[in-house]
Design a binder for this molecule. Structure first.
Ligand code: ATP
Ligand code: MG
Ligand code: MG
Ligand code: MG
Length: 438
């Protein structure tokens, strides 16, 4: 991509309305634009990051055996009246009436709709286990939308729903998502901590929030420091087996959000030097809720004994549009964002220090072509802005690697390669630069 033809409306000034660093940087880097309170457009740079995040989520959902669907954003109120949640959900639900006076709503989540889909397509235990997911915009009319896309009113969610014959099979399904979540967040360069969360009236211990520790997080959390360095299950994990042994190391140490926290138990379980009490960002939430929706909605399967039973369900959410700022909270410096390679909007930025100069132009276009041929996404700053402005903008948008091409260096056959994270710079030939980066 040539910067001269791109749409990258970066800001020099720090926007006053933004309270936390990720919100400031997303606005400054031209990733998003606010359209109304808690409602954002995703501009090209932001859209690329969001897409990369969704790709990782998809790959890990698919690997775990979940199947992608796409449900609509608008839902008929009937479904929610059936489940009993229409009145209970309260003001976070954005209610709409269509031209025929039919009550509709903009979906805040999809348990009801997926249960209806399941009901119309599955009758027998032989079709289980089943896990259906989608990545779709949700609306919750948050009382206090804030921090940009961290808590917005319209936000993207990956929500998966598992269906099993009995509680034991549902536990296995829960563990599959548990492992998929660990892998998903780790691939984004994040240390996620699964923390015991409230299960509501159902009880049991199968509800975890996946939390990223950050001072700006809205949740108060408590855990054993040991939770922060556990090895993540590998790519070759056999998702057809029981994953209890892989999950156990993550559920053994103390880790709880404030709702579930028990200070006395915390102090008994964790020696003082390992006690972490911190703030965190909820980026995912997994939940086993049994027959809460299947029973009232009549979603039953016929078991091996010929008897019909309501299907056992769980739901599993991730917030991709919250992950973008969460990753920035975890990875930035005074100059801007530092993208982990896996979610970076482009892999490499090329800075032409003297656009118009024939040697500089041809070195840059050749670098661009070679890097692209090796499968890298390249943003080539071919504009005639000042060098200082180009450096500042490239640092702000946080691409992992930069190649700086100037007339002086080229005379010696050299370009400069800079690592955004370490700040390390090294001179080398353009060919060596291509080999170093691709
Ligand atoms: P919170 O406690 O932050 O309000 P929640 O518990 O209401 O979140 P869930 O119903 O568990 O959210 O939804 C699953 C995921 O969707 C969350 O873990 C989070 O990543 C994301 N999410 C929820 N609400 C928002 C929001 N307003 N803006 C952005 N992402 C959100
Ligand atoms: Mg909420
Ligand atoms: Mg929550
Ligand atoms: Mg939650």
């Amino acid at each position: 991509m040539r910067l001269s033809r791109y749409f990258l409306p970066t800001l020099k000034e720090t926007p006053r309305e933004a309270e936390i660093v990720s919100h400031r940087l997303m606005l400054r880097a031209g990733m998003i634009r606010q359209e109304a309170a808690g409602i954002y457009s995703w501009l090209p740079l932001g859209k690329r990051v969001l897409d990369k995040i969704c790709t990782i989520i998809r790959e890990e959902q698919d690997r775990s055996g979940a199947i992608e669907v796409l449900m609509p954003t608008l839902q008929p109120a009937d479904l929610w009246i059936e489940s009993g949640r229409y009145d209970a959900y309260g003001q976070e639900m954005l209610r709409i009436t269509d031209r025929h006076d039919r009550p509709m709503l903009y979906g805040p989540t999809n348990e009801e709709m997926i249960t209806a889909i399941f009901k119309s397509g599955v009758r027998s235990y032989k079709d289980l286990p089943l896990n259906l997911y989608h990545i779709q915009w949700k609306v919750r009319d948050e009382v206090r939308p804030r921090f940009g896309t961290m808590r917005s009113r319209e936000f993207l969610m990956k929500d998966a729903y598992s269906f099993d014959l009995d509680a034991e099979a549902a536990r296995r399904a829960y563990y599959r998502m548990f492992v998929a979540y660990l892998r998903t967040f780790s691939r984004m360069g994040l240390t996620s901590v699964p923390m015991k969360a409230d299960t509501g009236p159902i009880g049991g211990d199968l509800s975890h929030e996946f939390i990223i520790l950050a001072d700006t997080g809205e949740s108060e959390v408590f855990c054993d420091k040991a939770m922060l360095d556990l090895p993540i299950p590998s790519e070759d994990t056999d998702f057809s087996g029981d994953l209890a042994d892989l999950v156990a190391p993550f559920t053994a140490p103390y880790a709880a959000t404030d709702e579930m926290h028990d200070q006395a138990a915390f102090e008994t379980a964790v020696p003082e030097e390992r006690r972490v009490s911190a703030r965190g960002i909820e980026v995912g939430h997994i939940f086993y809720f049994g027959t809460k929706y299947s029973a009232p909605m009549g979603a039953v399967v016929t078991g091996p004994d010929g008897k019909d039973v309501p299907v056992e369900m769980g739901s599993y959410g991730i917030g991709p549009s919250r992950l973008v700022p969460a990753i920035i909270e975890a990875s930035h410096d005074d100059d801007g964002i530092i993208w982990p390679a896996s979610v970076a909007p482009f892999d490499v930025g090329i800075i032409n220090m003297r656009s118009g100069d024939e040697a500089c132009n041809s070195a840059c276009t050749s670098l661009e072509a070679q890097l692209q041929a090796r499968g890298l996404d390249v943003l080539y700053d071919d504009t005639d802005a000042r060098g200082g402005a180009k450096f500042a903008q490239m640092d702000l948008i946080g691409l992992p690697k930069q190649i700086i091409v100037g007339p002086k260096g080229l005379k010696n056959g050299e370009v400069e390669v800079k690592d955004r994270k370490t700040g390390e710079r090294s001179l080398m030939s353009p060919d060596a630069a291509v080999n170093a980066l691709a």
